[in-house]
Each structure stands twice: as C-alpha cells, then as structure tokens.
Design a protein around this ligand. Structure first.
Ligand SMILES: Nc1nc2c(ncn2[C@@H]2O[C@H](COP(=O)(O)OP(=O)(O)OP(=O)(O)O)[C@@H](O)[C@H]2O)c(=O)[nH]1
Ligand SMILES: [Mg+2]
Length: 149
C-alpha cells in the first residue's frame, strides 16, 4: 500500500489541529485551544487516491506538529521522510504572515523539497481580520500553492 507522510506546521493557534482532525474525520471538533505538545500523528486511509478503483489504496499519516518553537529540537525527526508539508497560518495576524517564512525555510527549503510538495493554507478564523484575497506574500512564498479557508 502507498504510504504518504504529510506534515502540518506553522504558528501556534493557526488551526492545524482543527484541520487535521477534520481531514482524518476525528471526532474531536472545534473547542477549547489545546496546544499540541510536539506532534500528534493521525492516520487515515483513502481508497480512491493513487488507484484505479481496483483495490489500490493510500495510507496517509498526518503529522500535526506543535507550533511552539520550543519543540525545535524535534524538528529533524518530524521532517524525516516527509512527502509533503502544509503550512497553516492565520492571514489576519501579521506575526503569522512573518513567521511562515521561517517554517517554509526549515521544513521545505532546507530539506530540498520541491515547491510542489508544499501547500500554504490561509485559515481565517471567524472574527479575525485580514483579507486572504489581498495577501502580499514575499518571495518565495508567493510562488507556492495557496489554499484559503
Ligand atoms: N470557530 C473556529 N475556531 C477555530 C477554527 N480553527 C481553529 N479554531 C480555534 O482556534 C484555536 C486553535 O486551534 P488549533 O487547531 O488547536 O491550533 P494549532 O495550530 O494546532 O496550535 P498549536 O498546536 O499550538 O500549534 C482552537 O481554540 C480552535 O478551536 C475555525 O475554523 N473556527
Ligand atoms: Mg495543534
């Protein structure tokens, strides 16, 4: 079976755990903020991706990483053998927009991952400002695929 390791990284409180729970259909929903300590690994199987419907299956590991930089010593272990990196941030917070350069630099550029292996997600929480349509990201972030939610 095809195995895919995807990292969710980015600033604290960006919504990484909420998105990872949603994708893995975990029953944990939106609620009180519980900072991720180091990493949580969520697994799920998708029978459609990577196959022709004849039984080929894909097993995803979502590595939901804590955004606190005190976990930096764990980063080499987290990024090992990753196939893709999703950088989640809140476009309404200038500090987040600044911080994602660091996340991209360590988790993508320094690992020699391709730009096509990285996805930025501008995750706007209800009530927070910022217009994700008018994001002016500096190079090389402006060349990456950007998802808005
Ligand atoms: N209402 C609402 N709340 C959200 C949404 N996304 C995230 N939140 C809230 O924002 C807070 C932080 O979300 P998390 O997903 O835990 O943030 P995180 O990026 O995993 O943070 P760290 O683990 O510290 O890196 C939580 O209280 C969530 O419930 C959303 O789309 N809507
Ligand atoms: Mg988290």
């Amino acid at each position: 079976m095809l195995k895919v390791k995807i990292l969710f990284v980015g600033p604290s409180e960006a919504g990484k755990s909420v998105l990872a729970n949603f994708l893995s259909e975990s029953t944990e929903g939106i609620g009180t903020y519980i900072p991720t300590q180091g990493v949580r690994i969520l697994e799920y199987e998708n029978p459609q991706i990577g196959g022709n419907g004849k039984g080929a299956r894909c097993r995803f590991e979502l590595w939901d990483c804590g955004g606190d930089q005190k976990f930096e010593t764990c980063w080499p272990a987290l990024v090992k053998d990753a196939h893709g990196v999703v950088v989640v941030f809140n476009p309404g917070l200038p500090s987040h927009v600044k911080e994602i350069e660091m996340w991209h630099s360590y988790f993508v550029q320094q690992q020699q991952l391709l730009e096509s292996q990285c996805l930025l997600i501008a995750h706007r929480k209800p009530g927070s400002g910022g217009d994700p349509e008018n994001l002016n990201l500096p190079s090389p972030l402006n060349r990456l695929q950007l998802g808005r939610m």
